[in-house]
Ligand binder design. Structure first.
Ligand SMILES: [Fe+2]
Ligand SMILES: [Fe+2]
Length: 189
């Protein structure tokens, strides 16, 4: 099975946009955190988070089909491939079924919102609370690219309280805060 270093090389080969790279690392951190909470394999789950948008920059009109084809050739686990297919069920017709499928979908858009919320605070993720994220979620003009419907769908799929899910995503991003550049010390707080 390819490891994280292989996956990072692949990501750097396919994705040039720094914002998209950061998004993929942020989703990886959130999904890994859920694996830890649930006693699942962090390395496998992490790969799904890290690579879920691999072909978004190069093949937006076929995302994620091109990536999935390549990942299968490279021998990535089928559960990783399935989760990547299911995070775009509207396009692929593959509905989220496994726990990993649901967690990936639930972390995708929400990680984007939490990340954006960190960037507008001098203290970044350091003391970020679910309450402030919920406020941003309700403010439709904030990080307008984040689909509130997808966030809601994710919360329903994962079956947790909204605040609990947000807290888990915050904790996940916090565990990779230095790499993501979202600590107070990175943001001048
Ligand atoms: Fe995607
Ligand atoms: Fe994504």
């Amino acid at each position: 099975m390819p490891d994280r270093a292989d996956a990072v090389r692949l990501l750097e080969e396919w994705v040039e946009n720094e914002g998209l790279r950061k998004h993929m690392y942020a989703v990886e951190a959130a999904v890994r955190h859920y694996a830890k909470l649930r006693g699942e394999d962090e390395n496998v789950w992490g790969l799904a988070g890290l690579l879920h948008d691999l072909d978004w920059e190069k093949h937006p009109d076929r995302h994620p089909m091109v990536a999935v084809e390549r990942l299968r050739e490279l021998g990535y686990p089928e559960e990783v491939v399935q989760a990547i297919l299911a995070h775009r069920s509207d396009f692929t017709g593959v509905e989220p079924e496994s726990e990993l499928d649901k967690v990936l979908l639930a972390c995708d858009e929400l990680s984007g919102l939490v990340y954006a919320a960190c960037l507008v605070r001098p203290t970044g993720v350091d003391d970020l609370k679910p309450k402030s994220v919920t406020k941003k979620l309700k403010d439709k003009t904030f990080a307008a690219g984040v689909s509130r419907e997808e966030v809601q769908r994710g919360i329903e799929l994962i079956g947790l309280d909204r605040a609990e899910h947000i807290q888990n995503v915050i904790d996940g991003l916090r565990s990779a805060a230095a790499e993501l550049g979202i600590r107070g010390e990175d943001l001048g707080g």
